[in-house]
Design a protein around this ligand. Structure first.
Ligand code: COA
Length: 374
């Protein structure tokens, strides 16, 4: 292959961003300059969502207003509830999320207005409504009645409530909130780049987020948290873990939840999520997954020098919280809508059509023969 080709855009800097950066000097992912783990310690997810969208942390008045708007926009139209009710029960919830956001675009009165002010309002509506759409599907496919959103609950509490009909203890809600903070943004990853590429043709925010959801679904990106759980289920019990991972490495298998395009010596989000995984396991009195986690991690680092990424601890954490495995990546979606939206607005503010070149290796020029001569 031609040496000039950077397959996978490896190492290519394609634009500037103010949204987030992995800062080597503090070895951490930062959102608008704040370390993600510090945000987990001092903030709720709503504050971080505000930060990502508005470039600064809110004061209490700004936060109240933001939360009020989010809570007031959670409800879906009757039409969207009906569409979700009629979706095949076996649909992957990522496809449900993708379709739901697309329908929101059909219903939104500002779809064609891509001004910053309008995009901000639409981003908030997509952010508020997508959890409702997903929770509705969660209930419907189990043959249960839809639970409508409740304005008195926080973003995280409300998601639990709409899925399970109750809010768990505050430590579990905090662990969920932390996972949302850690998933909210990560610069030019595949789904964000997809959103920016769609935006670069001056298409609308609903279309860009619909495309980003499709991109996040893949197992090499957001889908990895689900794959981690499938792997843990295959391992079954801690006493099988060592043999399983050694065998996987011998067979040159890709071990899900490990490796990263940017972090080569450890994902800075992992220690925080690992701590909350431990807290949830303790509350649930189930240490099995933690034991499997530690054994597989130790072998991956010792034998391959490949460290876990954030999907490794989130997978079993969501499982212990009671979510179905195919809902793990949709939870990533409800958080990442903030990061995608910020990037979509950044792309609009300084747009250049994204249109790379390809090195052609197909047929040389050929003459067309008419059908009866071929
Ligand atoms: C994330 C990922 C796609 C990054 O890929 P990348 O930057 O293109 O790195 P590569 O796939 O080229 O990996 C470099 C080497 O490490 C190995 N490697 C990377 N991740 C690995 C993993 N999870 N399991 C086993 N080997 C892995 C590759 O096989 C490759 O080895 P080689 O040089 O002998 O061929 C890759 O690590 C992966 O597939 N991970 C599993 C999926 C996952 O957890 N995704 C979530 C990301 S947040």
């Amino acid at each position: 292959m031609n040496d000039d080709i950077k397959k996978g855009l490896l190492g290519i800097v394609v634009d500037e961003t103010e949204v987030s950066k992995v800062m080597p000097e503090i070895n951490s992912l930062t959102y608008r300059g704040y370390a993600a783990q510090d945000l987990c310690e001092y903030c709720r997810f709503e504050e971080v969502a505000y930060l990502i969208l508005n470039k600064d942390l809110p004061n209490s008045i700004q936060l109240k207003k933001f939360e009020r708007e989010e809570r007031n926009n959670r409800e879906l139209t009757k039409n969207l509830y009906e569409i979700i009710k009629h979706m095949p029960k076996k649909s992957h919830p990522m496809d449900v999320a993708r379709t739901a956001v697309s329908v929101m675009g059909l219903e939104d009165k500002e779809t064609t207005d891509s001004s910053h002010e309008s995009n901000m309002r639409k981003a908030l509506r997509i952010f508020a409504k997508t959890p409702t759409a997903l929770a509705a599907f969660y209930r419907i496919r189990k043959g249960k009645k839809i639970i409508k959103p409740k304005k008195t609950l926080s973003f995280a509490e409300n998601f639990f409530y709409m899925c399970f009909g109750k809010v768990p203890q505050k430590e579990i809600v905090k662990a969920f909130d932390v996972s949302l903070i850690l998933y909210a943004e990560h610069s030019f990853n595949v789904s964000t780049f997809t959103a920016r590429t769609i935006t670069s043709s001056l298409s609308d925010i609903h279309g860009a987020i619909t495309g980003a959801i499709a991109s996040l679904k893949g197992p090499l990106h957001g889908g990895a948290n689900e794959e981690v759980m499938h792997m843990m289920n295959k391992i079954k019990k801690p006493s099988n873990a060592l043999k399983w991972i050694k065998n996987a490495l011998k067979n040159k298998e890709v071990v899900m939840g490990f490796g990263h395009r940017v972090y080569k010596s450890g994902d800075s989000r992992v220690p925080t999520m690992r701590e909350y995984f431990g807290k949830v396991a303790k509350i649930k009195k189930d240490k099995k997954y933690e034991k499997i986690y530690d054994i597989v991690e130790k072998v991956m680092i010792k034998e391959k020098n490949i460290h876990p990424n954030v999907d490794y601890p989130t997978g079993p954490t969501y499982h212990l919280m009671g979510f179905d495995t195919d809902f793990f990546t949709p939870i990533f979606v409800i958080s990442r809508i903030t990061g995608w939206s910020a990037h979509i607005m950044e792309q609009h503010a300084a747009n250049k059509l994204i249109r790379p070149l390809a090195s052609y290796k197909g047929n040389r020029h050929r003459k067309v023969m008419q059908l009866n001569q071929r």
